[in-house]
Design a protein around this ligand. Structure first.
Ligand SMILES: [Zn+2]
Length: 228
């Protein structure tokens, strides 16, 4: 009587371990089509004829990051602190005895957002475009920096996708002003408020920010290509 062929059981088959000594590692996946050479061995192609460089230049989505920090000093004339402005919103807080030291109005949030837009487009940063050594920027409304930057972005064919920003300070408390700041940022960026997020953090009373001697802002933004 012929022996029945042995059928391997799926449930008892040992799992293949790629890290076991002596085992052959799994074959690497073939490179994506975008990295394969064209049949003629010329430029790598993506799509029918487009060179990779051209597609990279016309990235449909760009990500930008901005960061800024300002020293806080007692308000003038006791110190050099300017009245606090965040995201273009003047802060009214009786317990706020210090303000940012800056050539401009010292809006740390608008500076971070402006740098995020410029960074996404690989353009010179805010300090290069609007140097603090330029007397024309004395006490200047930082919204002008962002408005100018948005004109540059539009010239490059990009509009804002969304913004996520964080302000780090002990005072003012961000919660009560968050919505007003969010609406103003959305207006300046030309997007609906649903595309803008603003968060507030403290620095747990440690270091310069935690001791109320500085304020910091971070911004991450996406820019969408609307025309090449
Ligand atoms: Zn700044």
């Amino acid at each position: 009587m012929p022996r029945k062929p042995r059928i391997p059981s799926r449930t008892t088959k040992p799992t293949r371990r790629v890290d076991a000594p002596g085992r052959t590692p799994p074959k690497a996946l073939p490179p994506p089509k975008s990295r394969r050479k064209s049949p003629r061995g010329a430029e790598p192609l993506v799509g029918p004829q487009a060179p990779v460089e051209e597609l990279l230049r016309l990235l449909p989505v760009r990500v930008g990051h901005g960061w800024d920090l300002h020293r806080l000093e007692p308000l003038a004339p006791a110190g050099q602190g300017r009245p606090m402005v965040l995201g273009g919103v003047r802060i009214i807080d009786a317990q706020l005895s210090r303000g940012p030291v800056a050539r401009s109005d010292g809006d740390v949030l608008l500076h971070a957002v402006t740098d995020a837009v410029l960074g996404a487009l690989a353009l010179p940063d805010i300090g290069t475009l609007f140097p603090d050594t330029d007397v024309a920027n004395e006490a200047r409304d930082s919204a002008q920096f962002l408005k100018h930057t948005m004109v540059l972005a539009r010239k490059h064919g990009y509009l804002v996708g969304n913004l996520d920003a964080t302000v780090v300070c002990e005072r003012p408390k961000i919660g009560p002003i968050k919505e007003q700041v969010r609406l103003n940022l959305a207006r300046l960026l030309g997007v609906s408020p649903e595309r803008v997020n603003v968060k507030g953090k403290t620095h747990e009373k440690v270091d310069a920010i935690g001791e109320g001697r500085a304020i910091e802002a971070h911004a991450v933004i996406t820019m969408l290509l609307i025309e090449a």
